[in-house]
Design a protein around this ligand. Structure first.
Ligand code: SF4
Ligand code: SF4
Length: 376
């Protein structure tokens, strides 16, 4: 099989080596108090995703995987993840204390819905985080009468108490506002409230999840279901163009240049979001190390063709045990050939059928990138 020269050049570099990693995306837990309809932990805001694992990293796990010297070499750790909210992890405070102890200059960040824990807990978290650079980003998608339409199961008063406690204790809080039709008219009021409360930043977020990728089309609506799978209401795209994800505008060009989604995945050039100068890795709540959260979905959800493809690659590589940083050590995982050769080399293959990773093409294909356009 012959490959274009520039693709061979791209694929010949490893992602990074162990001592070059600078950013860790840390998934402390798969548990969460909320049920956001577009989150993979549940089925359209209703029943829990039956294929989701329920794991959590303890302080001991984190100490075993992220050794003091490794923490000291990092620029940033942020707790977020695919399926859970870090604030509900049992050892969240102890883990943050450990990371701050070994990374006094580390950017220590956390993403949360804020609707749990007592104010004292948030004050303690602020005390730990504020000893160095940090932010705590609350996902609050509206005001008291609308936030629960996306952040299902959350309680406004609890969120406000959490934010107040964190801010009063000297923590740097930021507000992420995911815009839909039902809350778009509240963006300015929410920004004003954020300023009044002492949030240091306010971000408008534009979801890319109204895309039906297979058809290279967007849909206007997303069904929200109850626990029994019964329809409750729709989430709708904002009516104001400024709040729509600008990547949707690229779809016409993608259809024109590639014809269909399969061709797109086969042909698009991949620009990895974690390799190169980013040098970023993902640690899952099961203790598996992978380059990113998108590939980590392979362990947790029902087998789409995309996940099956990566699962096969892992099986051939030695199974998920070969990615278990708790068992074999993080250095061994990162220096293994999956990070060093197999994944980056797959990007240069001529098609998904030939082994190019579909997840990489979908997430990091250069021609269509809703993730890069989520923020204003
Ligand atoms: S708060 Fe986060 S983890 Fe919890 S359901 Fe919403 S998006 Fe998922
Ligand atoms: S999906 Fe693939 S190309 Fe994208 S960040 Fe992850 S490893 Fe890199």
């Amino acid at each position: 099989m012959s490959l274009p020269a520039e693709k061979i050049a791209v694929s010949s570099s490893p992602l990074y080596h162990y001592d070059e990693v600078r950013i860790v995306h840390l998934e402390l837990t798969h548990r969460c108090n909320a049920a956001c309809p577009m989150c993979a932990r549940n089925v359209h805001g209703g029943a829990i995703n039956p294929d989701m694992p329920l794991s959590e990293l303890s302080l001991e796990d984190v100490q075993t995987i992220l050794l003091p010297d490794f923490v000291a070499q990092l620029k940033r750790i942020y707790a977020c993840g695919n399926y859970g909210d870090p604030m509900v992890a049992r050892d969240c405070l102890d883990v943050f204390r450990y990371l701050r102890q070994h990374g006094p200059e580390l950017n220590l960040d956390l993403h949360t819905n804020g609707s749990a824990r007592r104010p004292e807990w948030w004050r303690e978290l602020a005390d730990i985080m504020k000893q160095g650079p940090h932010y705590l980003r609350f996902g609050i998608d509206g005001l008291e009468d609308t936030n629960h339409l996306y952040r299902r199961g959350t309680d406004w008063k609890t969120i406000m108490r959490s934010a107040e406690a964190f801010i009063e204790a000297g923590g740097r809080a930021e507000w992420d506002f995911l815009v839909f039709k039902h809350n778009e008219y509240q963006v300015d009021d929410a920004r004003e409230l954020a300023e009044k409360m002492g949030f240091k930043d306010f971000f408008v977020r534009k979801t890319g999840r109204f895309l039906s990728a297979g058809e290279l089309e967007t849909s206007d609506r997303f069904d929200v279901l109850d626990k029994k799978g019964k329809f409750e209401y729709w989430l709708e795209q904002p009516s104001r163009a400024e709040y729509n994800n600008p990547a949707y505008d690229d779809l016409a060009l993608v259809r024109q240049n590639f014809g269909n989604y399969e061709n797109y995945l086969d042909q698009v050039e991949i620009r990895c979001k974690v390799g190169g100068p980013k040098r970023k890795m993902y640690l899952s709540a099961q203790g598996y190390a992978l380059p990113c959260c998108w590939l980590a979905a392979v362990f947790s959800e029902s087998s789409t063709p995309e996940r099956k493809q990566f699962a096969q690659m892992i099986d051939q590589y030695g199974g998920k045990e070969a990615l278990d940083a708790r068992r074999i050590g993080l250095k061994k995982v990162i220096e293994g050939s999956l990070f060093q050769q197999i994944i980056p080399q797959s990007w240069g293959l001529e098609s998904v059928a030939a082994g190019k990773l579909a997840t990489c093409a979908r997430t990091c294909g250069k021609a269509y990138d809703p993730l890069d356009h989520q923020r204003d």
